[in-house]
Design a protein around this ligand. Sequence first.
Ligand SMILES: Cc1cc2nc3c(=O)[nH]c(=O)nc-3n(C[C@H](O)[C@H](O)[C@H](O)COP(=O)(O)OP(=O)(O)OC[C@H]3O[C@@H](n4cnc5c(N)ncnc54)[C@H](O)[C@@H]3O)c2cc1C
Length: 447
Amino acid sequence: MANVLIVGAGISGLVAACYAAKAGHQVKVLSYGQGALTVAGGIIDLYGYDQNGNLVTDPLEHIATLPKPHPYALVGTKRVEEAIEAFKELTASQNYIYVGDGHHNQKVPTAIGSFKPSCLIPPSVESDAIFERPKIVVVGFELLKDYYPKLIAKNLQHFFGDKKEVSIKQVMLHWPSGRNYRDVSALDIARELETDLGRLNFVEQLKGACGPDTALIIPPVLGERPELSASIQKDLEQRLNTKLVEVSSIPPSVTGLRLDKLLRNACFSLGVDIVEKAQVIGFTSQADEVANLEANKVPTASKVCRTLITGGFGHTHEYKADAVIVATGGFFSSGLVTQMGRMYEPIFGLEIKVPEDQKDWSHQYLFCGKPQPFASYGVAVNENLQPVDPTGEVVLSNVQFIGRSLQGYDFCFEKSGNGVAITTAYHAVKQLDEILAQTKALSDSLF
Ligand SMILES: Cc1cc2nc3c(=O)[nH]c(=O)nc-3n(C[C@H](O)[C@H](O)[C@H](O)COP(=O)(O)OP(=O)(O)OC[C@H]3O[C@@H](n4cnc5c(N)ncnc54)[C@H](O)[C@@H]3O)c2cc1C
């Protein structure tokens, strides 16, 4: 059993923590904030669009054609398939079912009335009813911020033309605190729909507006707690005799927060220790120890990370590590940092290869229909996800990188963000025994 430290509590860190704990390791997660699940949908995109922007019909088949250093190419298609199954098993064990597989992109409705491709989705965003039923009713909630039923209805009507009747129904949920206090978010309504009164209110106001020929489109409000979501949906659908479809996300992302909650519950039941507000600011390595012992004998090749140092609130703390999995995300979460002409990974001080002229980091127009170069800058790793230098030499033997901080893919253009996160998390844990053996051999050779 090894002492495994995971840095970051986004999807990749939490998923890796669950798998490492299941594999029998002692696992601690160090994190100073929540990851992108708070704003991003809790749906697992595997691969939506190819480099020319064409929709990919069979993601797994397409993944097999990708060149290195794309993370999928480094871990191999078989690992991607295994990771999908492992993720479905993990989430089902917490009473939240993901439907879909790696061979099909499903059409997920968005908050602007379009459809985006994604592979693994909760049943609440399954859109079959929108295509199969003749009528669509878009439900709006009074006071709900950043959700525009008229826009959704307009775009859906445009999409379906005369083939469907699209109408809008506004629900006035009783919301005393929201009226004079603050904006109402989807999370507030999701919490209200966990109550009997909230559901009664919803049903009473919609019962004349829908039926078995209707698909009712709603913001993501079918409960905050993942384990309640399916039963809330079933209850409302039975009472309204209709089909409810959640749009994928509006921030704060309720579907993302459901997954976040689920993964934290799973970590808790597997004995993972999550240390919050712990910002990792540095590390000590075996090279430092050797340097202290014999001033002139500093190894030039692979280092071994001994401890991670957290800082903040006026004091530092050191955590011992046999292995470290770094899941610190990209620019959004500070896993990657940029300065004029430079990009680096801040914990281990790894330089990220970028073009000298910053103008070459991006296309002039953000939405130019091409992958943006800067989006795929990140930490260079080998097939074990260990960081490597420009010659391909491993620079930290017992450290692996997973998720968004990796180089070689543009999650936003491809639609592959959470797919890469769960796959690399799974692969990192599968490679742990090899990493630990390599590190032991390296340590033995140094002393
Ligand atoms: C707006 C938006 C919408 C998206 N929608 C989708 C979608 O619908 N489907 C999809 O598949 N993907 C989507 N993505 C992409 C997906 O969210 C990311 O690919 C995924 O979150 C990456 O997960 P991660 O765990 O690698 O990083 P993050 O989720 O960014 O987590 C990083 C974690 O590391 C912590 N951290 C960072 N530095 C340190 C440090 N020094 N010490 C301690 N902790 C640290 C952070 O606080 C955080 O907890 C979306 C992304 C965005 C931004």
